[in-house]
Design a protein around this ligand. Structure first.
Ligand SMILES: [Zn+2]
Ligand SMILES: [Zn+2]
Length: 730
């Protein structure tokens, strides 16, 4: 095989990618791509954002924006997240591009001309009270096959069943919850039944497929293929290219799979490459990565479309579809929780730690479960304790004693044994990736570092160093070769840390540019090493969650800087002022008990910090529409000052957040703190949630032993008067 086309399921641009999808279909193709490049093959890896269909319009209605805005927003977010994860597509595009539209309409028309697409009537849901058609996802109901409820109208995510409208149990309109009725409408159908025999022949030699993929496909064929509607009554999407039916849209799943071909064409247009080398040369193999709900689209529908459109085109060689990865025992969902989204988890953990854990629980053959406790355990014992430990002990020992790759010397039996195990594991990792068994490959990599640790312990180079220097050099030479092998065969999995390891070994360039065979070539004797640092670090999930809680709490506040414009005495109270405060876009009236500590002149023009989402309260007849923050110790009060323009949001708080009561605000522990030996000290000593620590007294939100310094426009808030640490903010 000289060329590989890697097709990756198109993520809907209706939300950020979640880590369940990463394990299901985004990380596996990247490992496969990196490996194939090292094997000297040409790789075209294509995908993009699926911007059409009801998932987008449903989300747009939820966010109150246009489908285009939703589609563009999440395309941007997801492209960046995948890039940050190290998933490097040849082209990651989107379905709203002209080439895709052209190719999709062309395939539709060609199949229509060849009678593989035909017009017929069907019953579709129509909501009488909303007076509109309800294409697939605008209807929810219960699955007729499994016990899932609230499923989408086109497919059950739980069991993968594809639905016709009248299959759904207790259908409900997504807008009004009412019972929709069925109404006849004309639609275009893909004549899948015409491909029954051809597809049966196609899967005959697919013994290399995963059993669940093969079984799923077989059972579809055994049931007999049904023709399927491929148009929808809606405005968003690619118009049906048939005269008189331009107001209908091509159904999103029919169109999305075409993306593999259209993106290859687009790539050729943009780079001058030859897409036909990947699509028409029978030597080129096509691999499609996706999760189980997508299997029939890639093993039945897409091959049928290709067969009908142009016999010369390559059809899928392998479809290594994964099962589902669940989250703490539940179904992952884009809408549930924050930290399970790819952008969020990338912000909190090292990329290779994420890649390691997700690979180790990849749902290749059965459903798997992502759990925080398991993440911590696997990271700390396997990645840090086994792999990272072997790498760091060899590097730091050799670097400090010799500073270079030591001499090979004479091998004894133990050395030879270690080398043989290395060779075996290098081959095992390669074979596993070749067969898309990525977990097995990772396991073999870990076996190699486990053997390395064992070898290092048995040899005890720290003793050899004192007793027999030549012997010590040989031990380290063997161990360094193992590190080089690990760097090469580990690089598809852990691309960032393995490239650093490559650099520590003093190797030139990047490990991503070398061939797979380079793993078994020993590093050149005498080559200078670089000073190593540990590649991986321990994770303490509980600690991280405490930080998470502080941030979550802060998010419920709307704190903004405001400039005091006017100060009047309260007509009915001795100790109160009535102030007008400029909050940038608006002004508000505040009533504050500052009279005993501040004169009117002192207050005027001050940049204070205001709780903007506190419930308004009437104080002696005048309504206070917000509250200024001030610190109070035994004998005085000090305003909290922001070095920012009026209206500037305190970082981590949310503008326009829903109101909180005064009682709820009192539950916030805001204190004056200062930095003492890298801890924040207020009433107690706290760990800081983020760096850098402030160089003067400031204000922090305290929660569960953690303190988060409040900042505005990048600067920590300050205090107008000298006031003791630990003072409460009121
Ligand atoms: Zn189901
Ligand atoms: Zn309705």
């Amino acid at each position: 095989m000289k060329r590989v086309l890697i097709g990756v399921a198109w993520p809907y641009a209706n939300g950020p990618i979640h880590i369940g999808q990463v394990g299901g279909c985004y990380l596996p193709p990247d490992i496969f791509r990196r490996y194939n490049l090292m094997k000297g093959r040409e790789v075209l890896m294509v995908s993009g954002s699926d911007q059409h269909g009801t998932p987008i319009t449903v989300q747009a209605e939820k966010e109150g924006v246009s489908p285009r805005e939703v589609a563009e927003k999440y395309h941007k977010i997801n492209s960046k997240a995948l890039e940050d994860l190290g998933v490097d597509f040849t082209l990651f595009t989107y379905t709203m591009n002209e080439t895709h539209k052209k190719v999709s309409q062309n395939i539709f028309s060609t199949l229509y001309q060849k009678d593989f697409v035909y017009l017929d009537t069907m019953e579709t849901f129509f909501c009488p009270s909303c007076d509109r058609y309800l294409p697939d996802r605008y209807v929810t109901g219960d699955c007729p096959r499994c016990d899932a409820s609230e499923i989408k109208g086109d497919q059950c995510d739980e069991c993968g069943l594809l639905l016709d409208p009248d299959d759904l149990i207790q259908p409900r309109c997504m807008f009004c919850g009412g019972k929709p009725s069925l109404k006849e409408s004309e639609h275009f159908f893909l004549k899948l039944s015409a491909f029954q025999e051809k597809l049966e022949g196609y899967i005959k030699d697919k013994d290399h497929w995963k059993s669940h993929v093969l079984n799923f496909t077989r059972s579809w064929l055994q049931e007999g293929l049904r023709d399927r509607p491929i148009s929808r009554d809606m405005e968003w999407g690619i118009p049906v290219p048939v005269e008189g039916y331009e107001d209908k849209r091509i159904y999103v799943w029919f169109e999305a799979v075409i993306g593999y071909l259209s993106t290859s064409v687009k790539w050729a247009e943009e780079t001058g490459g030859d897409w036909e080398e990947f699509w028409k040369d029978p030597e080129a193999r096509h691999y499609y990565f996706l999760a189980k709900d997508n299997i029939p689209f890639h093993t039945i529908i897409w091959p049928a479309m290709l067969m009908g459109y142009d016999e010369e085109l390559n059809i899928p060689y392998d479809v290594p579809g994964n099962q589902y990865m669940r989250f703490e025992g539940r179904q992952f969902s884009t809408s549930r929780g924050l930290i399970v989204s790819l952008p969020d988890i990338l912000e909190k953990f090292d990329t290779d730690a994420i890649r390691y854990y997700i690979t180790s629980i990849m749902p290749e053959l059965r459903d798997s479960n992502f759990s925080w406790a398991d993440f911590e355990e696997k990271n700390n014992t396997e990645l840090v304790g086994n792999l990272g430990n072997f790498i760091h002990r060899v590097l730091s020992f050799t670097y400090s004693r010799y500073g270079k790759v030591t001499y090979k010397g004479e091998y004894d039996q133990r050395d030879t044994q270690a080398k043989e195990i290395m060779e075996d594991r290098v081959n095992k990792v390669g074979d596993s990736i070749e067969k898309c068994r990525f977990k097995d490959g990772m396991r073999a990599l870990l076996e190699l570092s486990r053997e390395g640790n064992r070898y290092f312990n048995e040899r005890a180079p720290w003793s050899e160093y004192k007793e027999d220097n030549e012997r010590c050099e040989t031990t380290l030479n063997v161990a360094l070769h193992m590190l080089k092998a690990i760097s090469v065969i580990g690089s598809p999995y852990l691309p960032f840390s393995m490239d650093t390891l490559w650099d520590y070994l003093g190797m030139e360039g990047s490990v991503h540019d070398v061939s797979w065979e380079e793993a078994l070539v020993p590093p050149p004797e005498g080559q200078k090493l670089k000073e190593p640092k540990p590649l991986y670090k321990n994770i303490d999930i509980e600690e991280m969650f405490k930080e998470e809680q502080v941030m979550e709490k802060l998010k419920r506040l709307d704190l903004r800087s405001g400039r005091i414009q006017e100060v009047e005495e309260h007509p009915n109270a001795d100790r109160l002022y009535v102030m007008r405060v400029d909050l940038g876009e608006e002004e508000r009236t505040l009533v504050a008990g500052l009279k005993t500590d501040y004169s009117k002149e002192e207050l005027k023009g001050k940049n204070v910090v205001v709780v903007a989402n506190l419930e308004p309260a009437k104080l002696r007849g005048i309504t206070s529409e917000a509250m200024v923050l001030a610190a109070e110790d035994d004998d005085k009060i000090s305003l909290v000052i922001a070095e920012a323009e009026p209206g500037e949001q305190v970082e981590g708080t949310s503008k326009g957040r829903s109101q909180i009561s005064f009682k709820e605000f009192q539950e916030y522990d805001l204190q004056v703190v200062m930095n003492e030996e890298d801890k924040l000290v207020g009433k107690d000593t706290f760990d800081a949630v983020d760096e850098p620590l402030p160089d003067r007294k400031t204000v922090a939100l305290v929660e569960g032993g953690k303190a988060k310094v409040l900042r505005s426009a990048g600067h920590p808030l300050t205090l107008h008067r000298e006031i003791s640490k630990g003072s409460e903010i009121k």
